[in-house]
Design a protein. Structure first.
Length: 387
């Protein structure tokens, strides 16, 4: 079977790798494979700390992927010879004022109702764990199961693993889905080449709803949600600046600090509905630094190494669209919103199974794109991809 993957971000790459491991011939179409939202993402594996009311079904998928992460990272490192920066460090979510504290208490209650492990700490206990925290911290939740990975290293290792498994890369933009005889038949590239195949997987992140030629009733309802992210450098030394991911809700906005063993400290993230805009703004940087500084005042002494903005691919219910569509020959792996890096292992496994058998494994079945079939009229207005 020949599979064409439209999109070479971490979701497209992991699907390509797993499909190639099952003996399929795979071509990844992307002008810049290894790019996409993972180049900006912090890499939190936050199944428990990013739990939201009404998203219990998504929690099941998130937990399934989190459980696979250690083995997935070890296998990928072994195959690629590259470290992916997987760190089983846990997370501390803290509250800075009474409102934040009430919000965190509600999250704790929801976690308990869902059978998740988290522990309520006083402000003093939080600072004992992380001495750089502000003295005003009012309490927090210790979540020892929410870890981190380095998304840039992950993408690089997936590129190597794909190449080793025989995946072919076409560094071009997919311009149009080719449909004939009521099924997807391949992809027209911007350079004029036509790639015929048995199955197309649309894994184009936030651009997945923009591919020309996809019939309206199967066009994924995915929109971009902008996130601005900063990268700082922590000083080397025997005592770590932060030893785990630290996060808070400050004035209603999420801020998180993800410390890596190589000294990088990632500060994220804004969440902005601004279409395709990826400008890093003074306001975005200001808000992130202001909120992060309230959390960890010493952070403003650190060198600021990088500012970037990326686009999360968001679906109407914040959950991914996985597997076969109503158009034979077209499958989706998109709409992962805030969880693309976390969901990478389970997405690769689910899509490879779906390509091989035509059926999603049970854990992924609730995420069939067919759940939006009745809302086809609500699909995003088609905008042709720029050539
Ligand atoms: N999961 C973190 C974010 O999307 O900002």
């Amino acid at each position: 079977m020949h599979v064409v993957m439209v999109g070479g971000g971490v979701i497209g790459l992991v699907t390509a790798w797993r499909a190639a491991q099952r003996g399929m011939r795979v071509t990844v179409v992307d002008p810049e494979p290894g790019g996409g939202a993972a180049r900006v993402a912090a890499g939190m594996l936050a199944a428990v700390t990013e739990l939201h009311f009404g998203e219990e079904t998504l929690l099941t998928l998130n937990l399934a992927s989190a459980e696979r992460y250690a083995a997935f990272a070890a296998e990928l490192s072994e195959v690629s010879g590259q470290d992916v920066g997987y760190r089983a460090c846990g997370t501390l979510a803290v509250a800075l004022d009474a409102d934040d504290r009430a919000h965190l208490r509600e999250l704790h209650a929801l976690q308990q109702r869902c059978g998740l492990t988290s522990q309520w700490l006083t402000g003093r206990e939080c600072r004992r764990l992380e001495p750089m925290l502000a003295p005003g911290v009012r309490g927090g939740l210790r979540v020892d199961g929410d870890h981190q990975v380095d998304p840039r290293r992950l993408a690089a290792a997936l590129l190597t693993a794909c190449a080793a498994a025989g995946v072919v890369f076409r560094r071009a933009r997919a311009q149009r889905l080719l449909v004939g005889g009521d099924r997807a038949r391949g992809v027209l590239l911007a350079d004029g080449a036509e790639l015929a195949c048995d199955q197309v997987v649309l894994a184009g992140g936030s651009e997945s709803g923009r591919l020309a030629g996809v019939p309206d009733d199967v066009l994924p309802p995915v929109r971009p949600v902008k996130g601005q992210v900063l990268r700082l450098r922590m000083p080397p030394g025997p005592a770590p600046f932060l030893s785990r991911t630290v996060r808070a809700v400050v004035r209603g906005g999420q801020v998180y600090l993800v410390p890596r063993t190589d000294g990088e400290l990632v500060v994220g993230a804004t969440s902005e509905e601004l279409g395709w805009d990826t400008t890093v703004t003074a306001g975005g940087v200001y808000e992130l630094l202001r909120d992060a500084h309230e959390l960890v005042p010493g952070l403003t002494e650190l060198p600021l190494a990088e500012t970037r903005a990326g686009l999360r691919p968001c679906s109407p219910d914040n959950a991914p669209l996985l597997g076969p569509t109503a158009l034979p020959g077209l499958q989706l792996a998109t709409g992962h919103h805030r969880n693309g890096v976390l969901l990478t292992p389970v997405t690769g496994d689910a899509l490879a199974a779906s390509l091989a058998t035509g059926e999603l494994p049970e854990v992924a079945r609730p995420f069939t794109p067919r759940r939006f079939a009745h809302t086809a009229a609500g699909a995003p207005v088609r905008q042709e991809l720029p050539v």
